[in-house]
Design a protein around this ligand. Structure first.
Ligand code: GAL
Length: 345
């Protein structure tokens, strides 16, 4: 057969094969999801990952669609994460779930995804609006930071109203507090700090800041800072306001090491070790996101994107893009308040 004719036939075959793959109404029997975590050793992310994996298994069993997960750890490097995304696309992933390392720098990921036509569900670290508006196949799942902070403040305000002596531990009419903050570039750190403190003040708790510092979400860093503060301000600290549970647990580690008692510690996340500390009375309270729902929405969004369907209607998206996971206050002895509705804003 002449070479030209052979090439023509080959092109026709390829075209037919391509049409076959995208034929409308044809149900895929498996989906491949590429997941990149900013750091797999982050407790909250780790908790979420385990639930997500369990949900994927459940989904397979209930729907008869194989869900193949390729989970990678970006180990805090945006370059590593960009290479992971490139690889996911070359392996033919149908959708990506990305927990960006640098939320201000998601553009390279978006460029690659748009070129390949692969939808992206970002989570936990919110890319800037300008990036999110670039394509209608970009989604974000997270927890509304302002709502979290208001709940964190409210738990102390309510306690102070009921039992002032449980908050103003030395009874001098002033509550001396220290602040443990997460990464500076993270949307959650600034907003959580601002609104938590504002809620405490507006709620009538007579707080006075002793000091504060950045501990990057990490237990060991929280612990080191707290130990310094305990020796610099002996007897002054009555309350530790932490942007997350891990740093709060670090503060508790320092309290135990220095045999200091009578300090209230509050966190955010409701991680497994956080809930344990709550149960054994070491943590006063936390604001816990509904992680079951968080992971379910993430999985169902990803699968529907992979199947070329629109996002599931039971989980309403703000502006067609954002899903805000509900959260609740958990306070010592697991006294619960009502859960917030799905849309935080
Ligand atoms: C926050 C969470 C932190 C940490 C961080 C990572 O929302 O509270 O514990 O996981 O995300 O981006």
């Amino acid at each position: 057969m002449p070479k030209k004719k052979l090439l023509f036939l080959l092109a026709v075959c390829l075209l037919l094969a391509a049409c076959q793959g995208t034929r409308k109404g044809e149900q895929k029997t498996s989906v491949r999801i590429g997941i990149s975590l900013y750091r797999a050793d982050d407790t909250f992310i780790n908790n979420l990952q385990s639930i997500f994996e369990a949900k994927a298994k459940e989904y397979e069993q209930e729907n008869g669609i194989k869900v193949i997960l390729d989970i990678q750890d970006a180990k805090g490097s945006q370059n590593v994460q960009n290479s992971q995304v490139e690889r996911f696309i070359s392996l033919g992933c149908d959708v990506l779930c990305i927990n960006p390392v640098d939320r201000m720098d998601a553009s390279a990921i978006i460029d690659m995804a748009m070129t390949a036509g692969v939808p992206v569900v970002f989570f936990n670290r919110q890319p800037v609006e300008e990036d999110m508006n670039r394509w209608d196949q970009l989604y974000y799942i997270g927890v509304d930071a302002k709502e979290t902070a208001i709940l964190q403040g409210k738990m102390v305000v309510d306690l102070y109203k009921e039992q002032p002596e449980a908050v103003d531990l030395n009874g001098d009419g002033v509550v001396g507090y220290v602040l443990l903050e997460g990464e500076t570039s993270h949307q959650d750190s600034l907003i959580r700090t601002e609104w938590s403190i504002r809620t405490l003040k507006n709620g009538g708790v007579p707080i006075e800041k002793i000091t504060g510092g950045i501990a990057n979400w990490e237990r060991s860093q929280g612990s080191a800072l707290m130990e310094q503060w305990l020796s610099a301000y002996p007897g002054k600290i009555e309350l530790v306001v932490s942007n997350n549970d891990d740093m709060a647990l670090g503060a508790i580690d320092a309290l135990e090491r220095t045999k200091t008692d009578k300090v209230n510690v509050i966190g955010i996340d409701g991680t497994t070790p956080g809930l344990e500390a709550l149960e054994n009375g070491k943590l006063l309270g936390t604001v816990s996101a509904n992680k079951e729902l968080y992971a379910t929405v993430m999985l169902e969004m990803a699968v529907s994107c992979a199947l070329g369907e629109s996002p599931p209607e039971e989980y309403p998206l703000e502006e067609g893009t954002y899903y805000w996971t509900p959260q609740e206050i958990l306070i010592r002895e697991t006294r619960k308040t009502e859960e917030t509705p799905s849309q935080g804003k």
